[in-house]
Design a protein around this ligand. Sequence first.
Ligand code: GLU
Length: 480
Amino acid sequence: MSIKPRVRFAPSPTGFLHIGGARTALYNYLFAKAYGGTNILRIEDTDLGRSTPEYEQNVINELKWLGIEYDESPERPGEVGPYRQSDRLHIYKKYALDLVEQGKAFYCFCTDEELEAKRQYAADNNLAPHYDGTCKKFSKKEVEEKLAKGEKGAIRFSVPSRSYTFNDFVRGEVTFESGVVGDFVIIRANGLPIYNYGCVIDDWQMKITHVLRAEDHLPNTVRQLMLYEAFGVTPPIFGHLSLLIGNDRQKLSKRHGATSVTQYRESSYLPEAMNNYLCLLGWSHPNETDIFTKEEVTKHFTLDRFTKSPAVFDLEKFRWVNGQHLRGLDGITLHQEASKFINKDSPYHAQNEVWQKEFLDLFKIKVDFFNEYNAHATDIFNPTRQENEGLKEIYGWESTATIAKFVKDEAEKLIGQGISFLNAEQFKSWEDHLKIEKKIKGKFLFKGLRGVITGKDEGPDLHRLALLTPLKIISGRIDL
Ligand code: GLU
């Protein structure tokens, strides 16, 4: 790419950061990184009724958690700020007045009631639901008089009657036929810009080269193209990302489960796994690999690998991806991060660091996210007996009764010596004794021993698990 891209993520802080928003933010970040460009965060908070500072903070915090960094943002202003739309109202006004001056926009004094009546009339008469042009007829003088009298007017854009075509780098050529939109408001009577207008002024003024955003915004693009044309400005290159859908192929919503980044963070998902999984929803890696970090993927990130078809958000796959990242963590990080998600009252916290690290490492194969460690920790210390067919069979063997008696006696001996956990040599001597003295071999030995020590018929490596299980639990586990 000959020019360095300038891209932006422009969230409206009207809710917690949605996973779809996080995906858009990620793609913009990766694109900027891949081509040595600039990544910008712009807060689109002009919907005063729905935007809140708390949501803005949530969006900013979650982006930080994901490691999506910005070169320019409200927190790190560059030369084209301010980066929050509510601080840019004077800019929107100035350019809107330029359009009025050039006859490309006009003041509209219609009240909400009048507009509603017009809409109703259009609907009743099968007419396009477009503004009927009432206020277009006012002369400049009449407008000035109204404004001087204190009448509040919105500013409407005078829509040209022609079709618009642009090349979307995800969807290919897109054409909007003439007449799809009527003269639309760009600045409301209260002075606030509408999204399509604020967005154009900002993308233009912030020298944005590429707009990567959700498919929902495709219909808005025609209004934006008209405005670029009116200002005599070349529009940025657009790419509308495929829709995120649930397993039922409906647009992803709360019905499908957690949709905010916060919910996944709080459920102990890893930021790298979230980036990895989101990246695969609508873009494919050239090496057809499924597991990568965002640093690795920047080496391969090109705009020609986006897919048009909707992307299914599949929680099972996300869990799997998270599990892959979890298992890739080094011991120190795993201990540091997983410990935060193990319940405060879990017996895990009463153990020393060596025990904790060994436990986390051993059960890595059994969990996909940190929260799942809780059940395993409880299980080790909770002597409830698991009733299943496999275990019933093991407990039915005569040899198991022999193992149980031996283990109970030995465990009690060690407890008497003030020992709380077995070590590897002790465990080995138990095994040897059962093999050599008691002649118990093969599945009768290893399944029997597991059943007696853990109260389960399957689980991770018994040579390690036995050392993590308190002797007190082992001694009282079964009474055959
Ligand atoms: N504020 C818009 C949104 O949150 C931004 C859309 C765009 O990227 O142009 O959907």
